[in-house]
Ligand binder design. Structure first.
Ligand code: S3P
Length: 178
């Protein structure tokens, strides 16, 4: 097992829905002995409702504004593992902020894995209408060129969750800006 590096800034996990940000994030936080925070959960707390309800009652734009406010606050919070929603890093201002204040780690997964993993949990407004496979394919085409800006990329398709955690820790050990 790799030695555990000491982090002083947030590690922001980025990637599409179903990439494993929450599960990998929780395990990574435990290994690094830092708090785990899921930005979607913080948005839910702040709004007092589910992500689906926020989209339905106020629209995606309001959700994105809330997401930006919550991430602005969390990114000042020092050492933590922060799972961000799949659209967060796509917003130019949020991305700038993450690249400045955090170590960004892209959990990269192929279409088949994402389709399979997102089918296990609902609550995702973007996948509620139409064919989830087609939607995810479009999101891959639109977002992967932007996710590429992340500091670290981990290809997760062939990895277990713990395997992904090990690779992230290895990648962090090579850096002096964490
Ligand atoms: C979204 C991803 C979701 C959530 C919202 C929008 C997106 O988070 O923030 O449904 O735009 O990809 P997860 O990536 O944690 O599922």
């Amino acid at each position: 097992m790799p030695n555990v590096p000491k982090i002083t800034r947030p590690i922001a996990l980025i990637g599409l829905m179903g990439a494993g940000k929450s599960t990998v994030g929780r395990r990574l936080a435990k290994r690094l002995s830092v708090p785990f925070i899921d930005s979607d959960d913080e948005i839910k707390k702040a709004a007092g409702s589910s992500i689906e309800d926020i989209f339905e009652l106020f629209g995606e734009q309001e959700f994105r504004a809330g997401e930006q406010r919550v991430l602005d606050r969390l990114l000042n919070g020092g050492a933590m593992v922060l799972a961000t929603g799949g659209g967060a890093f796509i917003n130019n201002d949020v991305r700038k902020r993450i690249l400045q204040s955090a170590t960004s780690v892209w959990l990269k997964a192929g279409l088949d894995s994402l389709v399979e993993r997102t089918s296990r949990r609902g609550g995702r407004p973007l996948l509620k209408q139409g064919d989830p496979r087609k939607t995810l394919e479009k999101l891959i085409n639109d977002r992967y060129p932007i996710y590429e800006q992340a500091t670290v990329t981990i290809e997760t398709d062939k990895l277990s969750h713990d395997g992904a955690v090990d690779l992230i820790i290895q990648a962090l050990q090579d850096r002096d800006d964490i």
